[in-house]
Write a protein that binds this ligand. Sequence first.
Ligand SMILES: [Fe+2]
Length: 407
Amino acid sequence: MQKNTTYNRRNFIGDITKAGLVGLLPRPDFAEQNDAPVKNSAGALFITKPYLQNLSPTACTVIWITGKPCKSWVEYGTSAPDKKASHASIGLIDANYINKITLSNLQPGTKYCYRICSHEISDFQPYKLTWGADEQSELYYFTTPDTQEDNISWVVLNDIHDRPASFPLLFSLVKDFKYDFVFLNGDMFDYQTNQQQMIDHLLSPLGNIFSTTTPFIYTRGNHETRGVFARNHYNYFENPDNRYYFSFTRGPVHFVVLDTGEDKEDDHAEYGGLAAFDAYREEQEKWLAKEIETPAFKKAPFRVVMMHIPPYQSGDWHGTMHCRALFNPLFNKGKIDLLICGHTHRYGTYLADDATHHYPLVIGGGPLESKRTIIKVNANSRELKLVMLRDDGTEVGNVTVESRKRR
Ligand SMILES: [Fe+2]
C-alpha cells in the first residue's frame, strides 16, 4: 500500500482557515442575499451562457440565467434549430430568472445545434402581461452519447474554494485531452452567498471554457452546504433523479455519486441546529445497499464512485468516520474499482488495501497554488487509466485498473 503521511487535523483546520482568507468575494449584507439577479453590465437579458446538465443518449437539460423574469425556450435540431422546447409544470409555462429546459426524445450518438431564447416579462399583471426585450443566443453544439460507446473520458476538479481564476489555469493543462464531461467534486465555494457568487465564481468561468457544449456533474461538498444560499444551490443544476446522490452509466463505467454532507457532527455549534446529515447519509447507505445489487452496477466493466469527503486519509472527524462506517463496507462488498474524492486539500493516490479499502482511492488537492489538481480519466472496456496533474502540469498520481472481465 502506498501511504502518505497520516492526515493531520490541525493542518486541516489551517488549510480551511487560509481558504477563507484568500480570494474572498465582497460579502453582501443579509438583505441582499437573494436570487433576484442584477442586469449584466451590457444590459443584455442573458446573465450567463447556457450550460448543459444531465446529458443522456436521449435527453439534455439546458440552463441559463436572465436578468428579468422571462418566458424562455430552446430552439434545437440536427441540421438546423427547427424544434422548440420550453418547460411547464402544473399547467404553467415557466416565467423565471433561472431557465431550465430539458430537450427530450433526442437521438443517441447525434450532434445537435441549439440556441437559447428569452422574452422579458417587464410587467406581470394578473390579466395583462407587458413584454420587454427578447434575445437569442448564438448557436451552440452538443453530442448525445451513443448507447454503445466503448470509450469515455472525463476530468475532475475539486476544492476550488471561490477562486475562479483556477478554472482556466487547470483546464489549460488538459487542452489536448478530449473529455465527455466534467465532475465538480465538491467545495467549488467557501460557502453559498447569493446568485452573483454562483455566476461569477462558477457559471461564467465554466461557460467560457466548456459548459455550453460539454456537461458537468456537481458532487456536493461540505462547503456547498454552508451559508444563507445553500438551500438555493440545487436550483442551478440538474442531476439524475433530481438528487445529489444518484447513479448513471456511460460506456464501460457505472458511476455512483454520493453526497457526503458536513464534516462535523450535526449538533456542532457552527451549524446552528440546522444540520441533519447523519440521517441523510443513512438514507444514502440504504440506497447504496440496493444500488450495488442492480444489474447496471453488477454488469459494468468498471464501477467508479465520486464523493467529496474521503472515508480514509481524511482525519478522524465525524463526517469521515461516518462515511467510513456507512459506505466503505458497501464499496468493498460491491467491489468498486475506484473512488475519487477531494476535501483534504492534499492530493494523494492510495492503492487498494485488504485491511481498509479494497479499491484505489484518489484524492484531488487544492485550493492554493501548488496544491491544486485536475484529474483526467479515460476508460474503455478493457482498461481505466487515471492521471492526476498538479497546477504546474506535473503528474502527481496515476492509477490503472484492468476491467474485472479481464481479471
Ligand atoms: Fe471539503
